[in-house]
Unconditional design. Structure first.
Lengths: 284, 328
């Protein structure tokens, strides 16, 4: 009943389509982000593409182009600086520095607060048809590449040394993965905001990690959870008129929290009931 | 010149208060930041700056301005506890747990605040603070936090350093590592809470991480790190305010004061990136003659802790290239 109201008018239909596409894209990429523990790096990327968006807006260029260029700069900066200090601190420096640069550029312009909020939490209800098409194309390309390189990327995530020994170009594959993450962020941020895109990348994949043993199943579940979070979040936002981006994030986090309790093998419920049996075994 | 840098921008009372606030925060965040950098807790600090947001909103809705600090503190403590509980599950890595906590708490704040009419203005104020509208009460609060945090860190500095470099040894010696971790996390949370209202989340994370990372580039000696971090934090704050004032008043370009301070700090970091290796090169020649001192230095640094196994248990260290290639 709530969901049928989502199909009632054209702008919510567009928002729903966008949420589903972004959910699927982020879910698939998120599996690799979670396996390689790149969440903080992803966070830094979302913040540091901000000056690119502002510059592109000031110069009247394409927003995607601006943030993509800055995204590549961020990848290079983190990679270059990490050789000189520890990774977490470097990421912190790049994150705050990049974001501050964006704010500085924006504050020199007029009409500052509105654009900024849209950038942070998105305004999925006002998404343009062109943005939906861009998201669809990116999703197709990224998913195809992930399907093609899936085996190699997983190998690299679990045992990089063995991969180098087996003769794979490990460094180039890492770069491909970082660029895939960047593409995902660049396409999803203008539509759904920085905070939402990080949540949709990490939460569905972390949820899937609780339910699945194999990477293939994990990817399928992550995509399904991503899509479900988008659709349910939109419905909730419409029903109680709260911010759509916030509602989608909270849905994804809610599914994760529920999985923590009920998931087989690692869930709290199962562990609670399994405990007495395990302790009795040695004596009996 | 001196007049222009020191006197003119700070003739107005609100600029004086902003300067005092930034200097106080620069000093305390510099010291705490040294531990943040040594323990690689940059992501935890970033997460805490976002998770206090719903606390700020709820506190404000319940009892106005005076409710902000207690609300933020409650949520900081709550998120530190939840983070500890989440990572107890072996299939949830710390990195993902922090990202989920950060985004969901922040989203909760956004949902709450989106029901209000002044939505965008509130959000912007939270993210960037209003350092130019700091009042005397906030200055006193910040000063109290500075004193409290300094006392705790001075009292526990030996234990915290030991835990940072060799958690196994600390545990073997009978220290309660969990309690030490909780203390440090709470200290970070208190600094975040004290700073968020005045300077906003982005500046807090910059104040915590950038000066300490700069110090780490410039020195291998633990005693010097806090001193350098404090100096950089305070200098960056002061120069940032001056630059923002100068551009806004004399050149007609409005520059957000918080963001200018962050960029001033980043400039120091970039300078240290250039200067650091030079200094190390010079010192390297000197040290080669004093092998004993070289050994002592080597024992002081986290690269060795990493070699012993600190990074392998996934202390927020991503799987990528890790630390300390710069240490000889």
């Amino acid at each position: 009943m709530i969901f049928t109201s989502l199909l009632s008018d054209s702008y919510t239909r567009r928002a729903l389509l966008e949420a589903v596409l972004v959910g699927a894209l982020c879910g698939a990429v998120g599996v690799h982000v979670v396996l390689r523990r790149l969440s903080f790096f992803t966070m830094a990327m979302t913040h540091a593409t901000f000056p690119g968006v502002v510059l592109a807006a000031i110069m009247g260029l394409n927003l995607y182009l601006g943030s993509a260029v800055f995204g590549v700069l961020v990848v290079l900066a983190v990679a270059a600086l990490s050789a000189r200090g520890d990774n977490a601190s470097v990421t912190g420096v790049v994150l705050s520095g990049g974001f501050a640069l964006g704010v500085l550029l924006l504050s020199a312009q007029a009409g500052f607060t509105k654009d900024l909020t849209a950038y942070l939490v998105g305004s999925i209800l006002t998404v343009q048809p062109a943005a939906v098409v861009t998201t669809g194309v990116t999703a197709a390309v990224v998913l195809a590449l992930l399907a093609l390189l899936g085996k190699e990327l997983v190998f690299g995530a679990f045992d990089r040394d063995a991969m180098v020994a087996a003769g794979y170009p490990a460094g180039r594959l890492d770069l491909v993965l970082l660029l895939l993450i960047e593409m995902t962020i660049v396409t999803s941020v203008p539509a759904v905001g920085t905070i939402l895109s990080v949540a949709l990348i990490v939460a569905p994949a972390a949820t899937a990690r609780l339910w699945c043993r194999s990477v293939g199943a994990m990817t399928a579940v992550a995509i399904a959870v991503g899509i479900a979070s988008g659709a349910i979040g939109l419905a909730v936002s419409r029903q109680w008129s709260v911010a759509a981006g916030g509602a989608i994030v909270l849905t994804a986090a809610g599914i994760f929290a529920l999985s923590l309790v009920v998931a087989p093998a690692v869930g709290l419920l199962v562990r609670w009931f399994a405990r007495p049996k395990l302790t009795r075994q040695p004596t009996g | 010149m001196v007049n222009r840098l020191l006197v003119e921008p700070f003739a107005l009372p609100f600029m004086q208060r902003a300067l005092v606030e930034v200097l106080l925060l620069g000093a305390v965040a510099g010291v705490v930041g040294v531990f943040v950098v040594l323990r690689r807790l940059a992501f935890l600090s970033d997460a805490l700056t976002h998770t206090v947001f719903p606390g700020v909103v709820i506190g404000y809705l319940v009892s106005g301005e005076s409710g902000i600090v207690p609300g933020a503190l409650a949520f900081a403590v709550l998120s530190a506890a939840l983070f500890t509980a989440l990572t107890a599950n072996r299939r949830v890595n710390q990195d993902a747990a922090l990202a989920i906590l950060l985004t969901s708490f922040f989203a909760l704040g956004v949902v709450l605040v989106s029901r209000r009419r002044s939505y965008t203005a509130d959000l912007t104020a939270f993210l960037f603070g209003r350092v130019l509208t700091v009042d005397a009460t906030q200055l006193i609060q910040t000063a109290v936090v500075v004193v409290g945090v300094s006392v705790v860190l001075l009292a526990l500095r030996k234990e915290l350093v030991l835990r940072a470099f060799d958690p196994q040894a600390a545990r073997a010696m009978g220290y309660r590592v969990g309690l030490l971790d909780l203390t440090l996390n709470l200290v970070i949370a208190v600094v975040v809470v004290a700073a968020v209202k005045a300077v906003g989340t982005i500046l807090v994370i910059a104040l915590l991480v950038v000066p300490a990372a700069t110090a780490r580039l410039l020195s291998d000696r633990l005693v010097l790190l806090p001193a350098i971090a404090i100096t950089v934090g305070m200098l960056g704050g002061w120069l940032g305010l001056v630059a923002s004032y100068e551009a806004s008043i004399n050149h007609g370009v409005r520059l957000a004061s918080g963001a200018t301070v962050v960029l001033a700090l980043v400039v120091f970091y970039l300078l240290a990136l250039v200067v650091g290796p030079l200094g190390r090169f010079v010192r390297g020649h000197r040290l080669r003659g004093h092998r004993l001192r070289g050994h002592r230095l080597r024992g002081l640094l986290p690269a060795d802790a990493a070699a012993v196994g600190e990074s392998s248990d996934g202390l927020l260290a991503p799987a990528g290239p890790t630390t300390g290639a710069d240490i000889r």
